[in-house]
Design a protein around this ligand. Sequence first.
Ligand code: MG
Length: 461
Amino acid sequence: MKYLLVAITFALTAVLQQPVSAASNSQPPNIIVIFCDDLGYGDLACFGHPTIATPHLDQMAAEGMKLTQFYSAAPVCTPSRAALLTGRLPMRNGMCSNSRRVLFPNSKGGIPATEITLAEQLQKVGYATACIGKWHLGHLPPFLPTRNGFDYYFGIPYSNDMDRVNDSPKGRQAFQNPKVEYWNVPLMRNEEIIERPADQTTITKRYTEEAVKFIKSNQTEPFFLYLPHSMPHVPLFRSNEFENKSRRGLYGDIIEEIDWSVGRILDTVRQSQSSENTLVFFTSDNGPWLIFNEQGGSAGLLRDGKGSTWEGGMREPTLAWWPGKIKGGTVSRELASTMDIYATASQLAGVQLPDDRTMDSYDLMPVLQGGQGLREALFYYRGYRLMAVRQGAWKMHFMTQNAYGQPQPVTHDTPLLFNLHVDPSEKWNVSQQNPDVIARLGKIVAEHKKTAKHAPSQLEK
Ligand code: MG
């Protein structure tokens, strides 16, 4: 007995003397989601931009995976963010509308309490959670990040071009030479406004500092860091260090500062105890805002941009990074969605997916490890309208509507059909030659519609 006690004491002492390691095999991985606002598919050097320099993102791609068929769930901010955080199409939770496309400072609605955000999901198993950046899922108290699964919030509650000050230069002029005081956007910490107007020139830098602090102070428990940048949404602001740095001009300066931020975050992870146990995604909420000309980004070879269900509105330049788990320098061409981050993180954390509702989320680990994806199809919604569907190479449009300047959609009696492998720019309609494909995609949509119950809009309140 005495020997047994000594042995137990000895073992306990040994355990207690072990350094606390966040990278132990038993601990689920940290999850970081870096989410840009209105970044185009063609805006990163590693996605082909000829003059914007993104060395840190290029390195992230070299050490991780580039996903070339990765989509947001909506072509504008609010529904896209709702889908990412709930793993569900926005029409299922009412975070969309055919008339008011996003939430505004006078909106009364927000993310419904019945939704289970990814942060709430991960909190169940002890994750520390933070949202640092632009929220845009409701600015009134019940809808704030702190009421929806995040332990900590630092950022702006809606878009950086809202709360326009009356005596600011009219129309587009304010965006040509933007000044912080033209927009009365609040900056919040948890549930308090700490600065108004938010000094947007330092906002990317301050988000980065907050993110680095959060990572460093959460080394003994798993964490979920959601970092939705306010940029490169117009008005464009960057810190002094990035003024006139990029050959691409102001927009390039913004992307190069975001690139710097990614470098700081990955370096912090690399130097931390959890370096081998952190999965990082980099992507965007929707495509580039093309009506702002050189102040907006580029969708590269994809058609149209933010606001539309053409490829440029919803396909995002996406990287995934997890040293030791994701092979460096790999490219996946599997169909995937921001909504899939929900099932992936839940699976890794060992939390069951909600089984009392329809989910639109598939575990991405097979894709991230170089295999085939579990997602069969992708549905392109604009508000509540199902505009198009994709399976494999094929994309079929029932309705089309340009991002701007076309008030109503055009319905196609014979849907338009594009082979995106051959024709990523959606130039050549091949529906006449492929009636079998039209029929097959039609069946997928009929199946989808059986579960496509529309919730009342939260955006029209
Ligand atoms: Mg956006």
